[in-house]
Design a protein around this ligand. Sequence first.
Ligand SMILES: NC(=O)c1ccc[n+]([C@@H]2O[C@H](COP(=O)([O-])OP(=O)(O)OC[C@H]3O[C@@H](n4cnc5c(N)ncnc54)[C@H](OP(=O)(O)O)[C@@H]3O)[C@@H](O)[C@H]2O)c1
Length: 360
Amino acid sequence: MSEFQVQKNELATHRIVETPLPKAGAGEIVARIERFAFTANNITYGVTGDRLGYWQFFPPGGDNGGTWGLLPVWGVADVVESNVDEVPVGDRLFGYFPPATTLKITPVGVTDQRLIDGATHRKSLPPPYNSYRRVYAEPGYDNAMDNERMLLYPLYITSFSLWDYLLDNDWYDAQQIVIVSASSKTSIGLAFALHADSKAPPVTGITSARNVDFVTSLGHYDQTLSYDELGDIDASLPTTIVDMSGNREVLGKLHARLGDNMKRTLNVGLTHWEEQHAGEGFIAERSHLFFAPSHIQQRLKEWGPRGFEQRSTEFMIKAALASRAWLHLERLQGLEGLAGVYADVCAGRTAPYKGLIVEL
Ligand SMILES: NC(=O)c1ccc[n+]([C@@H]2O[C@H](COP(=O)([O-])OP(=O)(O)OC[C@H]3O[C@@H](n4cnc5c(N)ncnc54)[C@H](OP(=O)(O)O)[C@@H]3O)[C@@H](O)[C@H]2O)c1
């Protein structure tokens, strides 16, 4: 089997490694990964790999000396070997995979709808990442939707969670919401949700100068500014910031400009992962991390799995349909195809309307 490995401490460095094909032992299955999506989110898994445990999901094979790792991806896979009666060969799974051709899974908690990988090394990791959907059990499952699903699901479920969280907190008394790194898909999903909510405050998107026209054309943001135009933010309004960039210099400038009107900053992403030095003016005491899997776990408890699924699915379908107006899926052949665009994804050079799908 093949794996796309990256240097854990130098994420831009990558290699493709051949490793022995796994064999299913007792209570195990082997799944052949068919395709997966790749965005800045996958790079962020690497940036936070040590802190949040992302390197632990899929230990790399081959001679890696502990310095190489596998960035998790979202994709679909077919079961090709099984020692688990409830999960036959031919079953199809949607979920969290390594950027590799094969994954061995230890199914536990198997229902018609899903299974959990109970492998020991994954037990302490956030539960939503260990759950796999058995897609053939879904009414009306259509594999033509797999590409959009693997690309948008992990990002738009975060957009939905952010909208739900902001609403639940009365927008932190803000009269405007500022979304930083506005061209990212997670941001676009949130802007879509806020735009559709007549009670939500107006939304300003901040993006790179080269992405301003694209972000404006979406029609989800009330105003779009570039990183060079932060001085045009209306500082007289109480403001909540949702940050996908992790760029402390930008946040520092925004916080300094808004002062007491900076009501709250949600630190969500790290698209600008190479710009993480401390920013003067950054107000740490009114900033906090937002981690979608934790919010989802809380809502699952409060609403129950069905309640959560109903509410989130309704949003996901609407948001995915709206994305068709701008999203261009780009299919890449094999892990070599990923290797060909990887440097651009790392550096943020991929056009924001592209959705990269790696076909194995
Ligand atoms: N906390 C959570 O639970 C959670 C959940 C899901 C996603 N996220 C995070 O949200 C962020 C967005 O993910 P995504 O997959 O939606 O992103 P994406 O669609 O791939 O975003 C691409 C955009 O990110 C910016 N960017 C990417 N790499 C860059 C670089 N090296 N330098 C400068 N700008 C760069 C650019 O936007 P601009 O020009 O507009 O800045 C670019 O157009 C990620 O950090 C992801 O991990 C967090």
